[in-house]
Write a protein that binds this ligand. Sequence first.
Ligand code: GRG
Length: 342
Amino acid sequence: MVSISKLALMLVASSTTAAAFTTTSRSSTRAFTTARATVEEADTSTEFRLDKYLLSKKDDIEASLKASVKSTTPQTDKICESMDYSLMAGGKRIRPVLCIAACEMFGGSQEAAMPTAVALEMIHTMSLIHDDLPSMDNDDLRRGKPTNHIIYGEDVAILAGDALLSTSFQHVAEETKGVSADRLLDVIIRLGKSVGPIGLAGGQVMDLECEGKQGVTLEDLTWIHTHKTATLLQVAVASGAILGGASKEEVQACEKFALNIGLAFQVADDILDVTASTEDLGKTAAKDLDADKTTFPKLLGLEESKVEARRLIDEAKDSLEPFGAKAAPLLAIADYIIERSN
Ligand code: GRG
């Protein structure tokens, strides 16, 4: 059988132009606590304390997210409240942390990466708001809270997602300091691609088309999740690397790492959908079964999915070997991605 990571590499190569990739909960406290619990169990085998690392980033990320959406006139109070509601609803903040960790691996500062880290979380939050809409997954629970459209109505929820998306680009362009214009442009182009037809939107459309369909293959599933899930994690790591001053070859190594952790992230998500409770997940459990979706456990079986997730993470970690001890945060986050409980 062709491995998922090989399939993904082939699919990325065939669905993007050569320039595309080569030129180049319930509350946040709970999410970070979950990471601590997981890592403490693994503490005997690693000297790097991911729990401490995540906690050291948490306050700055949360504060930057909070400051990024502010109503400036009474007329914008409602849309900003709706944007803030979902952005500040908690979540693991994996994408911002990946971006900052990758930037720091190349000697860049957290400050240089933070506007992109915020933008990534805005884009991710937009995708969650839209994913939960009645016309998509039709869910009423996200991050342990009622979904955006349940609180603000479908019309405002759509617009809050749109506004988060456009604000994300404005935020990166306006707030990034101390980075050359060509590196910043590279980051903005990658962010744009990650949301379009060869990113979130394309992955979601293919996902909708496959819902309830028989004969969905591992290749179809890998295409969906490479674009719907892995791409944003890939951009998080690659952007951080670019902002930190990485060379083209170093960015490519980071992309390989991130594609594999992105796919493993989705395999873990599919596993959690059938093994974890709604309470633990902060979103409706067993949703994939109810919607008759093809998932990795459905195609591979639960145990084989766990083996595949571990294999993807091990392969991902190999890509960071050239960076030695400086890769410790990214390596630990990679393990956390498949050991997490929500
Ligand atoms: C409107 C242009 C446009 C695009 C949106 C709806 C959509 C298209 C795409 C769906 C993308 C999606 C929801 C993918 C699932 C990815 C995933 C596994 C999300 C869960 O991420 P976590 O676990 O969530 O990091 P938290 O809540 O911790 O942040």
